[in-house]
Structures are given as C-alpha cells and as structure tokens.
Design a protein around this ligand. Structure first.
Ligand code: AMP
Ligand code: MG
Length: 323
C-alpha cells in the first residue's frame, strides 16, 4: 500500500517489518538496522546477494556517536557541509551493528538522507534504518513510489510516498577506512564539491577515460552489471551506435540533443537546458520508460565527465555491462 502516514511506517519498522521510504537519491527498502531478522528480509525481498553490505540511515550525527561510532575529522567537516545529503561515509563499525548489515566486514556505511518525510520518520526511531534501493537486485533504482509498487508492492506492507526523488541517483560513497579518504562510488555529491572542503581526494570509482564502450568493449570483470533495464543498453556516440545497430529499433537517452532519424516518442532528452542535475533526476525514469517501448535496444550518450555527470556515466556504464 502507498501512503503518507509516517506514524504507521514507524510502527511497522519498530515491529521488524520492511517499509519503502523516500530519500532525495532513490527510494530505499528500509528495516531496523539493529534487528538482524528484519535486515534479512531486505535481502530476501530484493534477492540481494548477502556479500553486498547495506547503508544505514539516521537523522543526526549525535545518534551516530551515541551508537559508538567514531567520526574521523575530515568526515566531520563533510558532515557540516553535506548532511543531510547524498553522501555516504564508510567508517569502522561497532558491535551494535549486526554482521548482516556489514556483510561481515569491520566497516559500516552511514548516511543522513535529505528528505523531510524520512528525516521526520528517523527522528522518531531510536535505531538506524538499513536501506538499499527499493528494487530487485541489479535492476534500475526507483525514483517514485509507483516504481516501488510495481515491482515490490506485493512483498512489503507499506510504501511511504515522498514524491519524485530530487537527486534521482544514489549517494556518493566515501571511505575513511585508510589514512586518506577515498571515493568508492560517484553519486549525488560531486568529487569537485568534496575537494572544495577537504582537498584533493583519491578515487577508486571507475574513470570514464579507461572505458569507451562504443569503440572499445569493456574488459571482463571491470564492471559488474547493475542499474540495468530489461532491454540491452549501449553507451557511446549515438551516430556511431546507430550505424553499428543498423535497422534495429532503438530508443535514445541523450543529454540535450534530439536526433532527426529516430521517432520522437523513442527519445529521452534528459535536460534540454543542459543541466546535469536535471539529467540525473530524469535518468532512471527514462530507462524505465524506454524499456517498455517496442524496441530492440536503448542507446545512451556519454555525459560530460564532471560534477554529477560522472555518476550518470557510472550508472550507464554499469547498466550496459555484460554481466
Ligand atoms: P546501495 O546498493 O545503493 O544501497 O549501495 C550500497 C553500497 O554501499 C554497497 O554496494 C557497497 O558498495 C557500499 N557499502 C555499504 N556498506 C559497506 C561496507 N561495510 N563496506 C564496503 N562497502 C560498503
Ligand atoms: Mg541499489
């Protein structure tokens, strides 16, 4: 059931149930992170491999310290600027956090999401919510309550509706496990913004310059398939891809361009004005619509490799990975 009753959602979560919640990034599939059985339900509902750990969400840094987590100095700086917000911090875990949340690692990923409804919900809870995206494992993340309902509505008692997600793409993940902080995943807060606060930062996320799929196939194992629509998706120069995919019926996901020789209803121009944030917000909904069309494949442009464009490219690359 979809609704906007925060009290009802809180009661269900306190009872160990799984509830879908809105965040500014994508919708999450949430459960009490301190309750191992509740968290196990998330893995079961999503069919998520148990080796893939979960991010825990709360509404204040005070709660993080109350639960025994140590917050490194540069993390505290970033928290001041970007929390609540789409930035996830990977730090050493505490015995409060069950192994199922951290997949048996000694580290836990924490985030304070920036969504008024979920912040209000979290303020009534004395436990954090473990919450991966509310989609079957490997598929496109949901950015509306209806997206969640379509796929997981039958498996969960409640979907808390918070409208369309404003950022539309997952959080940036930054690790504080080693001496130097490191970006592990591009997302809603850009590398550029992080560097303005804590200076140059290492980066384990995948660089576009190492993979140009249209011309050079991905090396096996470089990327794992993720965020993937049901139709094959190819990323690169559209003219080149159209040439390669001759006679195929295609949909196109572009940044600003409209292409002459493709039916207009098969084109998803993510930001006519060239705004990368708007493009990110529209990306996953466009992928979901494109796959329902009578087409053989989806072609997507490479976006400018800066700001949130890096995260858009990362998601498109992973969606197009072969396995
Ligand atoms: P999502 O599936 O969007 O919720 O993203 C969760 C991601 O956060 C995982 O796939 C990991 O990449 C990362 N993550 C969460 N917890 C940990 C952890 N304890 N150690 C390493 N990475 C983590
Ligand atoms: Mg996910």
């Amino acid at each position: 059931m979809i609704g906007n009753d925060i009290t009802h959602a809180a009661l269900l979560l306190k009872a160990g149930e799984v509830v879908a919640i809105p965040t500014e990034t994508v919708y999450g599939l949430a459960a009490n992170a301190f309750n191992g059985n509740a968290v196990a339900s998330i893995y079961r509902i999503k069919n998520r491999p148990q080796f893939n750990p979960l991010i825990i969400h709360t509404n204040s840094t005070e709660k993080l310290t109350e639960w025994g987590l140590q917050l490194p100095q540069p993390m505290q700086e970033l928290l001041k600027h970007f929390s609540p917000g789409p930035l996830t911090y990977l730090i050493p875990s505490t015995p409060h956090i069950p192994e199922i949340v951290t997949a048996g690692t000694q580290a836990v990923a924490v985030r304070i999401p920036n969504h008024p409804i979920t912040l209000q919900l979290l303020s009534t809870l004395d436990f954090p919510l473990a919450a991966p995206s509310a989609n079957p494992s490997g598929y496109i993340s949901p950015t509306t309550a209806v997206h969640v309902q379509t796929q997981l509505g039958h498996a969960i008692p409640y979907i808390l509706d918070g409208g369309t997600c404003e950022v539309g793409i997952e959080s940036t993940i930054i690790s504080f496990l080693d001496n130097k902080p490191e970006i592990l995943r591009y997302g809603g807060i850009s590398k550029e913004k992080i560097e303005q606060i804590i200076g140059p930062i290492n980066d384990k996320a995948i660089h576009l310059s190492t993979i140009i799929p249209a011309e050079k196939p991905l090396a096996p194992g470089m990327l794992t398939k993720h965020y993937a629509p049901l139709k094959p998706i190819f990323v690169g120069n559209i003219a080149q891809l159209l040439h390669d995919k001759d006679k195929k019926r295609v949909a196109v996901i572009s940044f600003q361009s409209v292409y002459d020789n493709i039916p207009i209803e098969n084109q998803f121009c993510l930001s006519v004005s060239g705004n990368l944030n708007e493009a990110a917000q529209n990306l996953f909904a466009a992928m979901r619509k494109a796959e329902t069309l009578d087409i053989d494949c989806i072609l997507a442009e490479i976006f400018p490799e800066k700001d949130i464009g890096r995260a858009i490219n990362d998601r498109l690359m992973r969606a197009s990975a072969k396995e």
